[in-house]
Write a protein that binds this ligand. Sequence first.
Ligand code: 8Y7
Length: 281
Amino acid sequence: MILDCGGTTLDLARPRVMGILNVTPDSFSDGGRFVAPDAATRQAERMLAEGADILDVGGESTRPGADAVSEAHELERVVPVIEHLRARFDVPISIDTSKPAVMRAAVAAGAAMINDVTALRAPQAIATAASLGVPLCLMHMQGEPRTMQRDPQYGDIVADIMAYLADRITACEAAGIDRSRILIDPGFGFGKTLDHNLELLARLRAFAALGVPVLVGISRKSMLGAVTGRAVDERLAASVAAALIAVERGAAIVRVHDVGPTVDALKLWIATTSGAAAAGA
Ligand code: 8Y7
């Protein structure tokens, strides 16, 4: 599967690493340290040196309990950062947003992918994404960020989320978006209990049946804290393990804070699943 990111192509025959670049003052794990374009540049530089294949720029915190950000604020946070990064680096930039106006401005500034945790449910989002022509990640979320962790419910969680994502893919295709531009994401932590998240990771392989690449974000999330008893800044080893488990179960892209350690782990995975090693030579 080849993803066409406007000029740059990403061959998903091997797993890829998306580095998280938050430009929100209230992002739970970066504490707003990367708001200014200069600071964002330094962080981007480091992630690229460590082997990031994509950078995901987000200006609206979607952590549980977060308040919505106004469109003007989001635009003023992300557009200068995207322009700054485009001028300096060649890497594809993904815009993490649910707002059509932000999608438009971000792509105009050089973003080559849309990452939407609401799977283009906002009015005009599908039409906007269709007209922009960039790849899209459709993520599953039950409820909305402010309230999603209050007693989420599923029948069969994998079947429910697959049905939701299949619906969103159909809606995109109906608007003229080619399937080759679509990725899906089960949305770890978005309206899910610990048990829901663990079952999703255990059964991740099932999502391959939808026939589009799977993106997974577990880096530093609370499910890792629940399993290890570790605070958010102590979840590196668990985050790398989660990325590796996801890739082993079919994820094409992992969205992470700690690019270098993740890339190292995936190098070992690649070395043992391809070529001579896999053939038993
Ligand atoms: C995810 C995400 C977040 C994820 C995708 C965090 C923006 C919370 N999580 N996008 N965004 N998948 N596609 O902890 O799991 O990074 S925000």
